[in-house]
Design a protein around this ligand. Structure first.
Ligand SMILES: [Zn+2]
Length: 469
């Protein structure tokens, strides 16, 4: 504790000077370094490999299986969900052949009879992992989409259910991202999982099983980037928008303080779940790579009457967000393919814009790449509230890592949606804790978040400090 106090005294002057600087990527001195431009170039190389033509071809292939209904044929080599999952696995195997760090897996189980599953059914999630330097005990970043499809009658397993947008778009995005990462020679620290989920439409069964398996294996999943309906640019409302993607994120219900669960609303922390910090992270960082493509943050877990696989990850305590096109067209979702009163119904490939999916793929890929080479989030961040005082004192665990150049203490007024300001604290700490004192900033007025900044100029998402008495 004495050591931490000394550090705090040394830092005090620096923080007072930096405390009121606006949020900017140049507050720390590491951006612009050779290491930072090397990291930036590695990410750019992945994004450059993303191809609209390839995305379009993958989507057409998925549609060619006729239906990918969870209860559809599994024996035909050309029609039904069996053929679809075998094809996805074969694509992943093709990428694995040229990249020894990439491996292909199947997460297979039998779903008993339930609401939307009429007979016990084998459900298969197909996924590939680009193993990072951290190995199995390290962090995991998941890119997900669901490859099953449905029509108007949720139990109809034989009718054509092209699912080009829902969720051929998300599935082809995941496969294309795997192709881009493996072909560009990107070497992550954390592991990147490319997950094609099954049985989303029948009740999120695939993703639930996967997230449960991950929890059982103690996988440290830091993000699920779930892509579901990410291909349409013209909405049923007539609006054309090909430069915005919506990102949905859940709010925070409770804070775990010691052995007590306290409602987040007690501290005004409802908008600071790990999922929402992830959404903010995507919003700020995607701009560096796609300056004209907008990320529209929606602070709710999903649209009304709808759900998605990110919820399964959230249920098991993992941060996860949902990407969805800005204006949906309900004529194309969960519909039998038909023309009625001159209107084309059905989820057909002509309503998916490959250039748009490519941009969403780049938002996902840049986020996954940055997260995979960022330092770990600050551990055990705490805000000291043991007495009445005018300023704010924070502390967190010192990771003793030379790869951490320092920490950014973000803050914003409670009514602001995004971080507005940050203070930089260099990594000079030698004790087991880093302590930051912000005497001019009242903890009653601001919300704080702490992010770790790497010597490569890449930072982690922010994490809010838990009040400690
Ligand atoms: Zn869907």
């Amino acid at each position: 504790m004495r050591r931490a106090t000394t550090i705090f005294a040394a830092l005090l002057g620096a923080i007072s000077l930096l405390a009121m600087r606006p949020v900017s990527s140049t507050t720390d001195g590491s951006s612009g370094s050779p290491q930072a431009s090397q990291a930036h170039n590695a990410v750019m190389k992945v994004l450059d490999a993303v191809s609209p033509d390839s995305l379009h071809a993958f989507d057409l292939k998925l549609v060619s299986f006729g239906t990918r209904h969870t209860l559809s044929d599994t024996t035909s080599p050309t029609r039904g969900i069996g053929a679809a999952r075998n094809w996805i696995a074969s694509k992943f195997s093709q990428f694995a052949a040229s990249n020894p760090d990439f491996k292909v897996y199947r997460d297979e189980f039998v779903q008993p009879v339930s609401n939307r599953v009429s007979v016990p059914t084998t459900i298969v999630n197909v996924y590939g992992i680009l193993w990072g330097k951290e190995g199995p005990s390290g962090r995991y970043i998941v890119l997900s989409g669901h490859y099953d499809s449905i029509v108007g009658n949720f139990m109809d397993s034989t009718a054509d259910a092209p699912g080009a947008d829902d969720d051929g778009s998300g599935t082809s995005l995941v496969i294309e991202a795997a192709r881009a990462f493996t072909s560009s020679g990107f070497r992550p620290d954390a592991n990147i999982v490319f997950l094609c989920c099954a049985a989303e439409e029948q009740g999120l069964y695939g993703s639930h099983h996967f997230a449960e398996m991950a929890k059982q294996k103690s996988w440290n999943i830091v993000a699920d980037l779930n892509n579901d309906i990410v291909g349409g640019t013209r909405g049923g409302n007539g609006v054309l928008d090909n430069s915005t993607i919506r990102i949905f994120s859940e709010s925070l219900k409770d804070l775990q303080i010691g052995n007590r669960k306290i409602p987040a609303s007690v501290f005004g922390y409802e908008s600071d779940s790990p999922s929402r910090e992830l959404a903010r992270y995507i919003h700020v960082n995607a701009k560096q790579f796609l300056p004209t493509f907008k990320t529209d943050l929606v602070f709710r877990s999903d649209r009304f009457l709808r759900g998605g696989d990110q919820t399964s990850f959230n249920e098991f305590g993992y941060a996860g967000v949902r990407f969805t096109e800005p204006n949906e067209d309900y004529h194309h979702q969960h519909q039998y393919v038909r023309v009625e009163d001159g209107i084309q119904y059905g989820d057909l490939p002509q309503f998916v814009d490959p250039q748009f999916v490519a941009n969403v793929c780049k938002v996902n890929s840049s986020t996954a790449a940055l997260l995979s080479i960022s330092p770990e989030e600050p551990q055990n961040p705490v805000m000291l509230v043991d007495k009445l005082e005018y300023g704010t004192r924070l502390k967190w665990k010192n990771p003793h890592s030379e790869a951490v150049s320092g920490w950014k203490v973000y803050y914003r007024e409670t009514w602001q949606p995004l971080w507005t300001t940050s203070a930089f604290i260099p990594n000079t700490a030698t004790g087991d804790e880093v302590e930051a004192n912000l005497p001019e900033l009242s903890k009653d007025k601001f919300i704080f978040g702490i992010a770790a900044l790497g010597t490569n100029g890449i930072e982690s998402p922010a994490v809010v400090p838990i009040p400690e008495r």
